[in-house]
Design a protein around this ligand. Structure first.
Ligand SMILES: Cc1ncc(C[n+]2csc(CCOP(=O)(O)OP(=O)(O)O)c2C)c(N)n1
Ligand SMILES: [Mg+2]
Length: 621
């Protein structure tokens, strides 16, 4: 059939399905885009000519739409995603941050940036980068290092192998991330004889691979010999739909579980084996058990520094790691015994091999007691009542208002750490904090992706004032799509998380408040609120089409949340919080480098503390 390269690609994308456990789903839920030259008459024409193939979603920011696709993919456990089409130049490079987020979090997104004319007839075309030393480079080169697969389609018939390679990577649970097919604008419009086979319905099987039997036997030996084993549940547990298998394994063996940000919700918060969040933003329950663990079984975790408290969480001199992961990159970390395989299949296999074995009763009981003690701490922090409200009380109010299956979404600032510690998660998909890239601006855009993926759930987006100001425009897209989000904008007049970090490192909150420049100084932290910048976040959200409610007290917030639940469309609730009433850390540390020499006494003191703390850092080699 004679088709343009763009028409062939759009038809191909519409015909891709994935299947896992016998359940088939269409892989692409639609195509997000912003048109300009470079896609308006190529991909744009193909989508316009056959609107039933892929639903087209018009976005407001290219970065935002990639976040939406990533949020959607995460909510769909990586079995579905969206494509994103852009013009050439700035439209394309605006996707770099979104691509990095998807790749870091191992979430599939397909990026289709426009590119300069392959023919070079209009040379240079508007927005073309000209490098004197490289005729074949364009700005899309910036997408290479943040993509798990990159190709540029120089000729129309090349769309066939490029699209097949793209799908191979997108559906691979080990390889997945951002995939970029840079598409020169003239090539998009050129016709070729497209083979019928390319356009047929194609089902990609997602396997549940088991690790090598020898490795399983070794792991079983290590677990049986352990006295204080700890299981660390990462995002892979959720993506693999392994939460049931995890629960059975824990109940059978008594091994307690700590959770990473992406793995939070692997067990319900009140399960007897649940120690909650682990690491820098962890609970004392998980961090105490981690400190003494002799065997750590990581399942579906990439072992980020937040999870390991910069390699200070596991203090037992003889600690060993067993890593269950589809990706050998992650399975090999911490000199661990690598169990390369699917989380669910592997946990089931381990449970089988551990039949009749269990940790001793005292260890099992200690985990349960820690769970209870931690929950009392959560209750204490939820119940703090003063004005302006403490952030922990805001989290408590939202948690109380939400139903078990509702979803909380967040990404950067002080809120993700507080949520990791305090959110009472009751459903494996109820907690959606993007902390691989911790990208300010993900919150609303990613939340829209969650809502598109799960319209039956209420989606609560918790967003700091700084993150809101960085990227709020996808609120307009939520209005356009008639998708409801409850966006709680938590205002503390600037970058409070970084302000506290800065104070702890001796630099006094420098540059973290939203305030007027005075006496030549900008944003030194202080209690003086008289010169905060007059940003009206409620008016801002309202101007984008959301219903807006301002809440000054906890009671007003509770009432606002009830009112929001009854609404049809997006709602923004603005609540000011106490900038200095923060949730403490619980027996953990984060490695942030401090200047080795400084004229500032507080920095020199921070450096001394830093050097002492660093002595506890392990190598795990
Ligand atoms: C895109 C991006 N830029 C910078 C940072 C570094 N950073 C992390 S948190 C933060 C401040 C966030 O401010 P806000 O959203 O108001 O949350 P708060 O810290 O006040 O809770 C900054 C600047 C980041 N994570 N992402
Ligand atoms: Mg803030």
């Amino acid at each position: 059939m004679r088709l343009t390269a763009a028409q062939a690609l759009v038809r191909f994308l519409a015909a891709q399905y994935v299947e896992r456990d016998g359940v088939e789903q269409r892989f692409f839920g639609g195509c997000f885009g912003i048109f300009g030259h470079g896609n308006v008459a190529g991909i744009g024409e193909a989508l316009y000519e056959s609107p039933d193939l892929l639903t087209y979603y018009q976005a407001r920011s290219e970065q935002g739409m990639v976040h939406t696709a990533a949020g959607y993919a995460r909510m769909k456990n990586r079995l579905r995603t969206m494509a994103c089409t852009t013009s050439i130049g700035p439209g394309a490079t605006n996707m770099v941050t979104g691509a990095a987020l998807a790749t870091v979090n191992r979430l599939p997104v397909l990026l289709l940036p426009g590119d300069v004319f392959a023919s070079r007839r209009p040379d240079p075309v508007l927005q073309q980068l000209e490098l004197p030393w490289a005729g074949d480079a364009s700005v899309n080169e910036t997408l290479r290092p943040v993509s798990r697969y990159f190709d540029r389609i120089w000729r129309p018939e090349q769309v066939v192998p490029a699209a097949l390679q793209a799908m191979r990577v997108l559906v691979s649970q080990a390889e997945t991330g951002a995939v970029t097919l840079a598409f020169p604008q003239d090539v998009q419009t050129e016709a070729f004889d497209c083979p019928d086979g390319f356009l047929r319905r194609r089902v990609w099987h997602v396997p549940r691979t088991l690790p090598d039997e020898g490795a399983i036997e070794q792991a079983l030996g290590l677990i049986r010999a352990a006295k204080r084993p700890l299981l660390v549940a990462g995002g892979g547990v959720v993506y693999s739909e392994a939460t049931g298998a995890l629960r059975r394994l824990c109940e059978q063996t008594g091994i307690p579980v700590g959770e990473t940000q992406a793995g939070k919700g692997s067990l319900p918060y009140d399960h007897a084996s649940a120690l909650g969040a682990l690491g820098v933003t962890g609970t004392f329950a998980a961090n105490r058990v981690a400190a003494e663990a002799d065997l750590v079984i990581g399942v579906g975790t990439r072992w980020s520094d937040f999870t390991t408290a910069s390699k200070t969480a596991f203090r037992n001199r003889d600690v060993r790691f067993v890593n269950v992961n589809v990706a050998d990159l992650d399975a090999a970390k911490h000199a661990g015994l690598a169990l390369v395989g699917d989380a669910r299949a592997t946990l089931e296999r381990l449970a089988e091999g551990l039949a009749g074995w269990s940790v001793d009763d005292a260890y099992r009981a200690a985990a349960e007691q820690l769970n209870n003690e931690w929950d009392s701490e959560v209750s204490r922090l939820y119940a703090i009542e003063h004005e302006p409200p403490a952030q922990s009380a805001v989290i408590g109010a939202v948690n109380d208002a939400a139903s078990p299956q509702d979803v909380v979404v967040c990404a950067a600032g002080s809120m993700p750490g507080d949520l990791h510690k305090l959110w009472r998660t009751r459903d494996p998909k109820g907690y959606h904090v993007e902390y691989g890239y911790s990208c300010m601006g993900y919150e609303i855009a990613g939340g829209l992706g969650v809502k598109l993926a799960a319209p039956e759930r209420e989606v609560y987006v918790l967003v700091g004032d700084g993150s809101y100001l960085m990227l709020s425009s996808e609120l307009v897209t939520a209005v356009q799509e008639r998708r409801k989000l409850i966006v709680v904008i938590v205002d503390n007049h600037g970058y409070s998380s970084i302000g506290s970090l800065s104070r702890s490192l001796g630099t006094d909150g420098f540059g973290t408040l939203y305030r007027y420049r005075s006496n030549g100084s900008l944003g030194l932290d202080s209690e003086d609120s008289s010169d905060y910048l007059p940003v009206d976040l409620a008016a801002n959200a309202e101007s984008l089409g959301a219903k807006t409610i301002s809440a000054a007290t906890l009671d007003e917030l509770r009432a606002a949340l009830e009112e929001a639940k009854a609404e049809e469309g997006p709602v923004a609730i603005v609540v000011e919080v106490d900038r200095y009433e923060s949730v403490p850390g619980y027996e953990s540390w984060w490695d942030v480098a401090v200047a080795e020499v400084s004229d500032v006494a507080s920095v020199r003191e921070a450096r001394a503390r830093y050097e002492t703390a660093r002595e506890d850092e392990r190598r795990h080699v």
